[in-house]
Structure formats: structure tokens, C-alpha cells
Design a protein around this ligand. Structure first.
Ligand code: CU
Length: 225
């Protein structure tokens, strides 16, 4: 390769370095809590971006997993692009019955035991609480979003979404203990955007959900299956 061509190539690579920062959106989610209450579940927040004008490109579906172990769903919250499949492997030595009664996203995977897995496609946008009909304390969330630009924070609330074209977006932030917030942000072509936001969890009150037939888990004679 001629020296001038190499020089041109090096110049191109070097000029591409600052450009690599294009469309990187990062931020931090915090939760306002009741006085004296520490926040321990920032990593269960979900952040996604939708264009203010027009719609986001159709996101590619993924295969995600929420396992059941020690009567606990892991992860507790899973974000997926709409149309994705979530598998629910049972890693406990006893059976679970995974269901949701959410209107438009209701399903019932039935009772199944150790080593078995069942799948569910989440074809509607929204946050779907997922429960077990045997164990009242088991709760997970599948948050299905209409965009390829989404993230879940690390434990300190910090998150990053890459590959976002320049433009104006609505930043949606969800957490199970707070009202969802939407905040407009501008993504510039020449640098990063830091989009911090605080949600208000002070009004959160735990409410025990009902079983798949709408019956209290402690009701005498309840049909657990
Ligand atoms: Cu269970």
C-alpha cells in the first residue's frame, strides 16, 4: 500500500475515534424513598428511548430467561423488545405454576417440575407482572418495549444505551415501586448525553396479588392447581 494511502487510512481511523462516541446515551436512575429507607433495587429499573417524531425501528426479538430457584424468580425484572420469547426454567426440586392475569398479556404455563422449561412470547408492549400459583411471594416482571434502545441499570443506577442516532427522544423510566416517568432528551451527533432522573417511590405500598383465579392465596380450601 502506498505511504499516502496508509497515512490517509490512519487519519480516517483517528478521526473515527471521537465519532465512536456518537449516539451514546447514559444516565443514572435514583429513587426518592421514605426517610431512612435505603434503595436496594435500582438494577430492577428499566430505561428505553422512543423518538419524539415517528416510531423507533422495529426491534429484533431476543430469547431471554427468568429462572425459578429457591422460590425466587431470577432476574426479578427482565426487559425485552416486544415480540421476544422468555423461557421460565424450573431449577427447584418441586413444581411451580407460572401465570399472569394482565389484560392483553394473560397466560398460564401450568404446573411443571424440576428441570422443565416453558416459554412465553411477549407480543404486547407493557410491564407484565408474572406470578406463581403455588407460592404467593414469587413475583417477576417482563417489561416489553417497542424500541431497540433500552437498558437496565447496574446496582448504582447507572446505565448506557449505545447506537442511538442523533435526534429528540422520549426517555421512559420504569420501576415497580414508582410511577413511570417520561422525559424528553436530545441526542447530539457529536457527543454523549447524560440523562439523570429521579423517580418517586415514597408512595409505594406492597399489595399481595391474588392467585390465577383471583382468589386470596390464604383462602381456606383454595385450589392450588
Ligand atoms: Cu412457585
Amino acid at each position: 500500500m502506498p505511504r499516502t494511502a496508509i497515512r490517509a487510512l490512519v487519519a480516517l481511523i483517528c478521526s473515527a475515534v471521537p465519532l465512536a462516541a456518537q449516539g451514546v446515551v447514559s444516565g443514572r436512575v435514583t429513587l426518592q424513598e421514605k426517610p431512612g429507607t435505603p434503595t436496594k433495587d435500582l438494577e430492577t429499573a428499566v430505561v428505553w428511548l422512543t423518538p419524539v417524531n415517528g416510531t423507533a425501528p422495529k426491534p429484533a426479538a431476543i430469547k431471554a430467561e427468568i429462572g425459578m430457584l429457591s422460590r425466587t424468580f431470577t432476574p426479578h425484572v427482565q426487559v425485552v423488545p416486544v415480540g421476544s420469547t422468555v423461557s421460565f426454567p424450573n431449577k427447584d426440586p418441586f413444581s411451580h405454576n407460572i401465570f399472569s392475569t394482565t389484560v392483553g398479556s394473560a397466560f398460564d404455563l401450568g404446573l411443571y417440575g424440576k428441570g422443565q422449561t416453558k416459554d412465553r412470547i411477549f407480543g404486547a408492549v407493557g410491564a407484565v407482572p408474572v406470578y406463581c400459583n403455588i407460592h404467593a411471594k414469587m413475583t417477576a416482571w417482563v417489561v416489553s418495549v417497542p424500541t431497540p434502545w433500552y437498558a437496565q441499570p447496574s446496582a448504582d443506577g447507572r446505565w448506557t444505551i449505545r447506537g442511538v442516532p442523533a435526534g429528540t427522544y422520549n426517555m421512559h423510566v420504569w420501576h415497580e415501586r414508582a410511577a413511570q416517568q417520561v422525559k424528553p432528551i436530545s441526542v447530539l451527533a457529536n457527543g454523549m448525553v447524560a440523562a439523570d432522573i429521579q423517580l418517586d417511590a415514597r408512595g409505594y405500598v406492597f399489595v399481595q396479588h391474588r392467585d390465577k383465579r383471583g382468589v386470596d392465596y390464604n383462602a381456606p380450601g383454595r385450589d392450588r392447581y
